[in-house]
Design a protein around this ligand. Structure first.
Ligand code: AQP
Length: 337
C-alpha cells in the first residue's frame, strides 16, 4: 500500500532554527517520517526573496540541513534535499504564476507584513510571488499533507486554489494538499512580545530561543521572558498572554497537559516555573545541538546526503513536470524520455 505523502520546507534564513520552528514544524516532520512518504526541503530559493549574502546563505543552508538531521530526520527514511538542487521547483512556479491573479497574490498577508518593514517599493517581486513558489514545492510531490505552523495556512489555501484551477483548466493533475497544523503549537509567540509570533527575522535576539543556543543562553532568555501582572501560573490568553505562551511551550516540550502544570506551579510564582521550563528546553536542545555540530564537522558527507536526497526528489519532480508540460501544451523535447 502506498504511504500518504507529506512535504514541507524551512528557510535557511538564520544560523539556527528557533523554538517556534521546532515545535510548530520540525518536530512534526520527524514524527511523520515514520508512516509517511516524506519529502522535506531547505528552501534556499525562498531565502533569496530578501537581500542576502551568498556565503552566509551557503553556510546557513548546510546548518539547516544538519539541524534537521540532528533533530531526528533520517535521510534513509525520508527525502531531505535543498530546493535549488531540483530546478523543477522554479519551472512549476512559473506555470503557476501564470494562473495566479495579481489581486489574489496581493492578498497574501505574509507579503504585506514583510514588505511593510522595508517599504513595498523595496520589496522584491520574488517576495511577492513567494507563495506561488511554495505552491510549486508542494504540488510537485503530490503531497497529501503539509505540516506547518499557523502562519502558513493562507499559503496552503492558495496552493489548493491553484491546484484546483489547473485541474479544472487542463485536466486532473494535482493532488489537493491539506494543512497539518497542531493547534497547541501552531503559533509560538515571541518571548519579549507575546502579541507577535517568534520569528527568525522579526524577533529581537531576546525574543527567540534558538535550537542551537547553549544552555546558558537558553536559561537567560527564558528567565527574562516577559510575564504578566500577578504571580499565578495560569493559562489565560487574554489577560496573561506571556505566561500562556510559556505554559504552551512547557507542555509541548514535556508532554505534560497544561492543567497538570498549572496545578503544580499554581501559586508558587513565576521563578521556579521558568527555571524548570528552561531545563526542559536545555534537555531537548542539547542533544540536537551536539548532533548538529558533529554533522557539520563533515560537510562532505552532508553534501553527499543532500545529493542523494535531490536525486530522489528530482525523479518525482521530473515526472510531475512532464505531465504539466504535456497538459499545458508545450511541444515535447525529443531528446528527453
Ligand atoms: N512562531 C512560530 N510558531 C509555530 N510555527 C512556526 N513556524 C515559524 N514560526 C513559527 C513554522 O516553521 C516552519 C518554517 O518556517 P520558515 O523558515 O519557512 O519561515 P517562517 O514561517 O517565515 O518563519 P520565521 O521564523 O518567521 O522565518 P523568517 O523570519 O525567515 O520569515 C513553517 O512551517 C512555519 O509555519
Amino acid at each position: 500500500m502506498n504511504r500518504p505523502r507529506v512535504l514541507s520546507g524551512i528557510q535557511p534564513t538564520a544560523d539556527s532554527f528557533h523554538l517556534g520552528n521546532y515545535l510548530g514544524a520540525v518536530r512534526q516532520w520527524v514524527a511523520l517520517q515514520e508512516e509517511h512518504d516524506a519529502f522535506y526541503c531547505v528552501v534556499d530559493l525562498h531565502a533569496i526573496t530578501v537581500p542576502h549574502d551568498p556565503d552566509t546563505l551557503r553556510r546557513r543552508s548546510r546548518i539547516a540541513a544538519a539541524q534537521l538531521i540532528g533533530a531526528g530526520l533520517e535521510p534513509e527514511r525520508c527525502t531531505l534535499f535543498l530546493q535549488s538542487h531540483v530546478p523543477e521547483h522554479a519551472e512549476l512556479a512559473w506555470v503557476l504564476s501564470c494562473l495566479t491573479g495579481f489581486g489574489e497574490a496581493s492578498r497574501m498577508t505574509q507579503f504585506k507584513d514583510k514588505s511593510a518593514k522595508g517599504g513595498s517599493e523595496q520589496a522584491s517581486v520574488g517576495l511577492f510571488t513567494y507563495p506561488i513558489l511554495q505552491a510549486a514545492d508542494i504540488l510537485l510531490y503530490e503531497a497529501d499533507q503539509v505540516p506547518v505552523g499557523e502562519d502558513q495556512r493562507q499559503h496552503l489555501e492558495l496552493t489548493r486554489d491553484l491546484a484546483q484551477r489547473f485541474n479544472h483548466r487542463f485536466g486532473g493533475t494535482f493532488v489537493l494538499p491539506a494543512p497539518y497544523i497542531l493547534p497547541s503549537v501552531a503559533r509560538i509567540a515571541d518571548l519579549q512580545d507575546p502579541a507577535i509570533k517568534m520569528s527568525k527575522s522579526a524577533s529581537s535576539p531576546q525574543g527567540i530561543v534558538d535550537v542551537l543556543d547553549d544552555p546558558a543562553q537558553i536559561r537567560r532568555k527564558i528567565a527574562r521572558a516577559v510575564t504578566d501582572a500577578g504571580r499565578d501560573v495560569r493559562a489565560d490568553e487574554e489577560n496573561k498572554p506571556g505566561i500562556t505562551n510559556l505554559l504552551r511551550i512547557y507542555s509541548a516540550l514535556t508532554g505534560e497537559p497544561i492543567a497538570a502544570i498549572e496545578a503544580r506551579y499554581g501559586s508558587t510564582g513565576y521563578g521556579q516555573f521558568k527555571k524548570d521550563l528552561a531545563e526542559a528546553a536545555v534537555a531537548t536542545f542539547t542533544p540536537i545541538r551536539e548532533r548538529t555540530e558533529a554533522i557539520l564537522a563533515d560537510t562532505e558527507s552532508l553534501d553527499k546526503t543532500l545529493a542523494d536526497g535531490a536525486a530522489r526528489a528530482g525523479r518525482v519532480a521530473r515526472e510531475t513536470m512532464a505531465t504539466v508540460r504535456e497538459k499545458i501544451g508545450f511541444v515535447p523535447r525529443l531528446d528527453r524520455p
